[in-house]
Design a protein around this ligand. Structure first.
Ligand SMILES: C[S@@+](CC[C@H](N)C(=O)[O-])C[C@H]1O[C@@H](n2cnc3c(N)ncnc32)[C@H](O)[C@@H]1O
Length: 390
């Protein structure tokens, strides 16, 4: 396959496959196929650079190198050693192998990675008398091995660090949302940048910042200094700089207000610092206030919130918190679509509003529901008034 039409795999989170497929379509990718937590696509080098820079809902982008079948480790070692690793890395480059294994023949992903590493360094030794070093933390070349039963897919990771590492977060507060998850939630909510966006428990500001990136057309990874593909033999720096320049030229001003509020002062400071990194200080209004005290007077829009799930709260506090959220939404946010993500099924019951959609999502290891409440009270009342006046 020529560089013009290479096959890639965008890895993503459960439930976000259609979002990534849509993003890839917008970028002009071809042969897009949704799989489990992955989207296959084809494109040239320029598309690969754009995908790394601009995809909001992908975790990493892999370039498949080869695949084989193996039922035992001696075959795995032999097959990995048969590939010409000198075509993808030099002796003086460091490498690391990540692996995911779902197999009855191989049950330790670390062991698979270790065997593959042995095969690679032995191949180098045999041909050059020396071997490249492993750097598990910051490797030049990141190799990914996916094992499904006896089937091995070996790929190069073009992203390097996961694409959630956008570069705007210097420090965290409490339990910050993964940036890719936040971007996916925003997309799933159906929010469009012409409507106000509010996160009233914004913590370090992830949702408000991701929304602002959408609203301003700011590429998700504009602040990233490094991507895995920069260490590849075919790296075309001039092409990457062109891609980046073109993406920056498309950045605009936000169309509607974006607000993040939180009861914790430190959280607001962290959120403001992150927004500043992206030049969003004027675009997002962060404010320290408890949700119950929030006075919102603007147009209706979309609320997305990630309240505490209650692991560190007692039952009464959780009930009070979620009940308070429901009451506040009911009294002050007519016309809004409000979305809440939580892993606490019991707590959801205290919101006291009728859900109109429930989407299962994983927040790290936690099984969550992302639930939509349509705050129709105002419109229902209006309809009622019309009916009675007839
Ligand atoms: C799970 S964290 C949110 C993390 C956030 N999504 C992020 O990415 O950083 C929950 C946040 O809710 C805030 N919080 C809890 N109860 C609140 C309330 N009643 N009013 C306002 N903020 C509240 C906490 O201070 C905390 O920052």
């Amino acid at each position: 396959m020529s560089e013009k039409n290479t096959r890639y795999v965008a890895k993503t989170m459960m439930g976000m496959e259609p979002l990534v497929a849509e993003e890839l379509k917008e970028l002009g990718a071809s042969n897009i196929q949704e799989k489990r937590r992955a989207v296959f696509f084809e494109g040239d080098l320029e598309l690969l650079y754009r995908a790394n820079l601009e995809l909001r809902c992908a975790v990493s982008i892999l370039k498949p190198l080869f695949w084989f079948r193996a039922h035992k480790e001696s075959v795995l070692y032999k097959q990995v050693g048969m590939f010409d690793w000198m075509s993808v890395m030099d002796l003086n480059q460091t490498f690391a192998i990540t692996s995911s294994v779902h197999s009855e023949y191989f049950n330790h992903s670390k062991y698979v990675a270790l065997k593959a590493k042995d095969a690679i360094v032995d191949m180098f030794r045999e041909h050059l008398g020396e071997r490249p070093n492993v750097d598990p933390v910051n490797p030049d070349i990141k190799i990914n091995i996916h094992v499904n039963e006896a089937e091995f897919d070996v790929s190069l990771d073009s992203s390097g660090d996961g694409l959630h590492k956008r570069g705007y977060r210097q420090s965290g507060h409490g339990a910050p949302l993964n940036e890719v998850l936040a971007a996916g939630m925003i997309k799933l909510s159906g929010w469009t940048p012409d409507k106000p966006f509010l996160d009233p428990m914004c913590g370090s500001g992830t949702l408000a910042i991701e929304a602002c990136m959408v609203s301003t057309n700011t590429p998700a990874n504009i602040l990233r200094k490094e991507f895995g593909f920069m260490n590849w033999k075919n790296y075309d720096e001039a092409l990457f700089l062109k891609v980046k320049k073109e993406a920056m030229a498309r950045i605009t001003k936000p169309q509607a207000p974006i607000l993040g509020t939180d009861g914790n002062y430190k959280a607001i400071e962290i959120a403001e610092d992150a927004a500043k990194e992206l030049g969003f200080s004027e675009h997002i209004s962060f404010q320290k206030t408890m949700f119950n005290d929030l006075e919102y007077t603007g147009e209706s829009g979309v609320i997305i919130m990630n309240p505490p799930y209650g692991e560190r709260l007692n039952t009464l506090d959780v009930i009070t918190l979620y009940k308070g959220v429901g009451d506040k939404l009911k009294s002050d946010f007519d016309g809004f679509d409000a979305w809440i993500i939580s892993s606490n099924k019991e707590a959801f019951k205290n919101v006291g509003l009728r859900p109109s959609r429930k989407i299962p999502l994983m927040n790290g290891p936690l099984e969550c529901k992302f639930i939509k409440y349509e705050m129709y009270r105002g419109s229902k009342k209006a309809k009622f008034q019309i009916t009675t006046s007839e």
